[in-house]
Design a protein around this ligand. Structure first.
Ligand SMILES: Nc1ncnc2c1ncn2[C@@H]1O[C@H](COP(=O)(O)OP(=O)(O)OP(=O)(O)O)[C@@H](O)[C@H]1O
Length: 369
C-alpha cells in the first residue's frame, strides 16, 4: 500500500467571557474570523502594537455549538477509525478555557454533550448500518497521567501505577491496562462515568486535583470482513485526550506538592512542545518522545501512524493575553507536523477471531442475523 503523508489538523476554539470576567470589567482582546480561519489577538498593555494574526484549518468562535465542533473535527476521524486507521483528538489550552467542555461537555441538555459522548453514538450507529458481512469488536480503556505516573481509571485498584511498553509490531502500549468489550453506547457511557468517578475519588485520596492531570479515553474497533470466504481484519484505535492546563507556574503561585505537580505538568507539556518543534524543524534528527510519558503515549499521534486533530482552546479576556498568545504559537507550530496514517490490516494482536461467539450474540441482540 502506498504511503500518504498528512498534516496534523489544528483548530482553535475560543470560549465566551464568563460572568466573573464581565463583572471584573475584563474586555475581549480576541477576534475570530471564522470565514477565513483567522484569529487576531490585541496586546492590552501596548495600545499601538500591531495585533498578532494566525491562520488555522478551522476556528470556532464563542458562539460555536458542540454539534458543529463534533461534525467538523471528530466526525471524519471516527469514520477513519471505523476503516482501520488510528485517530487522535486532543484538547490543549490554559486552565478554564474549555478543554473538558469540548471533550466531555454536559449530558443535560444533550446539545451540550462534548466529543467523547458523541463518538459513542456515532460508532454504534455506523456499526448497525454497516454491511452484514462485517463483524465488529469494540473495546475501551481509560487512564490518567498525573505527576508522570499512569493510572488505570477502570481498574479496581486505581492506585497502581502502570508502565509504558513498546511492541515492535503494534507500537506503544500500557502494560496491564484494563480493556472492556462494549456492546452499545450506554455501556460505553457507563465506563466514562465510572472512570470519571474513580478519577475524582483517587484525586481526593491522593490529595490531587483531577483537572491537573491528563486523561486518555481509548476506543479500539476491530472489524472482520468476509470477502469471498476469506476473513480480513482491520483495527482502528481512537485516542480522546484531555490535557491538563498549560498555564505557567509563576501565575499559579504554586508551592510544595502543587509546585511539583505544576513542574511535572509543565515537563510533559514542555516536552510536547519540544517534540512538536523537533518534528517541524527539518534539521532535528532526534525527537525527544522519551522525555515524558505524555509524549510517549502520543508518539504515534505526532509524526506517526495516526490521523490527528488538535483542538487548542483559548479564553478571550485581556488578562490572559500571554497565555492565549502562547497557545496560539504552540498550535501554529503543530500545524506543520506530518503524519503517515495507514490502515492497520490483520495485526497479530487482533482479538476478533477469538470472539466470534460473542459477536454473534451481539448481532442476535441487535437483530442483525
Ligand atoms: N465554548 C464554551 N461555551 C460556554 N461555556 C464554556 C465554553 N467553554 C468552556 N465553558 C465553561 O467554562 C468553564 C471552564 O471550562 P472547562 O472546565 O472545560 O475548562 P478546562 O480547560 O477543561 O479547565 P481545566 O484545565 O482546569 O480542566 C466551564 O464552566 C465551562 O462550562
Amino acid at each position: 500500500m502506498s504511503k500518504k503523508f498528512e498534516c496534523v489538523r489544528v483548530v482553535i476554539r475560543c470560549r465566551p467571557l464568563n460572568d466573573t470576567e464581565k463583572k471584573d470589567g475584563h474586555v475581549c482582546i480576541v477576534n475570530m474570523d471564522t470565514k477565513n480561519g483567522q484569529v487576531t489577538v490585541r496586546n492590552p498593555k501596548v495600545a499601538d502594537e500591531v495585533p498578532k494574526q494566525f491562520t488555522f484549518d478551522q476556528i470556532f468562535d464563542t458562539q460555536s455549538l458542540q454539534e458543529n465542533v463534533y461534525n467538523q473535527t471528530a466526525h471524519p476521524i471516527v469514520e477513519s477509525v471505523l476503516e482501520g486507521y488510528n485517530g487522535t483528538i486532543f484538547a490543549y489550552g490554559q486552565t478554564g478555557t474549555g478543554k473538558t467542555h469540548t471533550m466531555e461537555g454536559k449530558d443535560d441538555p444533550p446539545t451540550l454533550r462534548g466529543i467523547i459522548p458523541r463518538t459513542f453514538d456515532h460508532i454504534f450507529q455506523r456499526i448497525e448500518n454497516m454491511a452484514k458481512n462485517k463483524q465488529f469488536l469494540v473495546k475501551v480503556s481509560f487512564l490518567e497521567l498525573y505527576n508522570e505516573e499512569i493510572r488505570d481509571l477502570l481498574s479496581k485498584n486505581i492506585k497502581n501505577k502502570l508502565e509504558i511498553r513498546e511492541n515492535p509490531d503494534t507500537g506503544i502500549y500500557i502494560k496491564d491496562l484494563s480493556k472492556f468489550m462494549i456492546e452499545n453506547p450506554q455501556e460505553m457511557r457507563e465506563k466514562l462515568l465510572h472512570g470519571r468517578e474513580n478519577r475524582a475519588v483517587g484525586a481526593t485520596a491522593m490529595n490531587q486535583d483531577s483537572s491537573r492531570s491528563h486523561s486518555l479515553f481509548q476506543i479500539t474497533v476491530e472489524t472482520n470482513e468476509i470477502v469471498q470466504g476469506q476473513s480480513h481484519v482491520t483495527v482502528g484505535k481512537l485516542n480522546l485526550v484531555d490535557l491538563a492546563g498549560s498555564e505557567r507556574q509563576s501565575k499559579t503561585h504554586a508551592t510544595g506538592d502543587r509546585l511539583k505537580e505544576a513542574i511535572n505538568i509543565n515537563q510533559s507539556l514542555t516536552t510536547l512542545g519540544n517534540v512538536i518543534s523537533a518534528l517541524v524543524d527539518n534539521k532535528s534528527q532526534h525527537i525527544p518522545y522519551r522525555d515524558s510519558k505524555l509524549t510517549r503515549l502520543l508518539q504515534d499521534s505526532l509524526g506517526g501512524n495516526t490521523k490527528t486533530v488538535m483542538i487548542a482552546n483559548i479564553g478571550p479576556a485581556d488578562y490572559n493575553f500571554d497565555e492565549t498568545l502562547s497557545t496560539l504559537r504552540y498550535a501554529n507550530r503543530a500545524k506543520q507536523i506530518k503524519n503517515e496514517p495507514k490502515i492497520n490490516e490483520d495485526p497479530k494482536d487482533a482479538q476478533i477471531r477469538q470472539f466470534q461467539e460473542e459477536i454473534l450474540n451481539y448481532q442476535l441482540k441487535v437483530g442483525e442475523v
